[in-house]
Design a protein around this ligand. Structure first.
Ligand SMILES: Nc1ncnc2c1ncn2[C@@H]1O[C@H](COP(=O)(O)OP(=O)(O)OP(=O)(O)O)[C@@H](O)[C@H]1O
Length: 231
């Protein structure tokens, strides 16, 4: 369970997140959408402990800045940041040692699914942007987090990796993981989300539940809100 209550983050005079509250339950996929500058990456960086904020964020009941919370969190940043001089396998080994994970087979499985296994001896600096993104996903998931936060995960991935990552989202959901995905690619999330939040100017302008009922599509709601027809 990921729980955010009353989070406010200011950069000088800019209020990037204005008293945001929401939760993503166990086995739920939450979507964050909104125009450029709406505050999506900021709330994600607050969740992961990269930014200071006022308010409260809990990862499976633990305050987000505790070791207990960090153990249970997986974070895929908007821009992958890999180590130039570690190979692909060494990245995974580093993460497994840091998190005291014994299960090497799962790392291999992730690398194979994202077509990186044959690149396991390549250095970080030798990887393309898309390969770095794939490695970043493997590193964030190899310790089997209970809360996984993805900031624009599909950008730069090839069609096979997009398909595989969508399968991974569904598996995380069925394993009871709380998944939060920030994305601009509305059509890519249409079929598997549970709750979608549309952000505007640091606030939630709308929240929509995917409860199976026929109604307005996420895309229609998004344009209605972001193009001025307030709901
Ligand atoms: N390091 C920073 N210093 C000052 N202002 C910042 C900083 N990072 C973000 N902002 C401001 O905070 C607001 C929210 O930015 P944020 O990056 O969270 O938006 P976003 O919704 O993720 O945008 P995008 O879709 O373009 O990635 C914007 O007004 C932005 O200019």
């Amino acid at each position: 369970m990921l729980s955010i209550s009353g989070v406010t983050k200011r950069y000088g005079k800019t209020v990037a997140n204005d008293n945001i509250s929401f939760a993503v339950g166990d086995g739920q996929i939450g979507i964050l959408m909104g125009p450029n500058g709406a505050g999506k990456s900021t709330i994600i960086k607050c969740i992961t402990g990269l930014l200071r904020f006022t308010g409260r964020i809990e990862i499976n009941g633990a305050l987000n800045n505790t070791v207990e919370a960090k153990r249970q969190l997986g974070y895929i940043p908007e821009m992958p940041a890999v180590y130039d001089l570690l190979t692909v396998s060494e990245h995974l080994e580093f993460i497994r040692r840091a998190y005291k994970v014994q299960d090497e087979a799962y790392s291999q499985q992730l690398l194979e699914r994202l077509e990186l296994w044959d690149k396991k001896d390549k250095l970080g600096k030798e990887l393309s942007k898309g390969m770095q993104q794939k490695l970043s996903i493997c590193c964030a998931l190899c310790h089997r987090p209970r809360v996984a936060v993805f900031d624009e995960p599909l950008v730069g991935l090839d069609p096979h990796a997009i398909k595989e990552l969508k399968n991974i989202f569904r598996e995380l959901k069925s394993d009871g993981v709380s998944v939060l995905i920030s994305t601009h690619m509305i059509d890519s999330v249409e079929d598997y989300w549970d709750v979608a939040n549309i952000m505007m100017n640091g606030r939630f302008a709308a929240t929509m539940l995917n409860d199976g009922s026929e109604g307005e599509s996420l895309e229609d709601l998004f344009f209605q809100i972001t193009e001025g027809g307030a709901k």
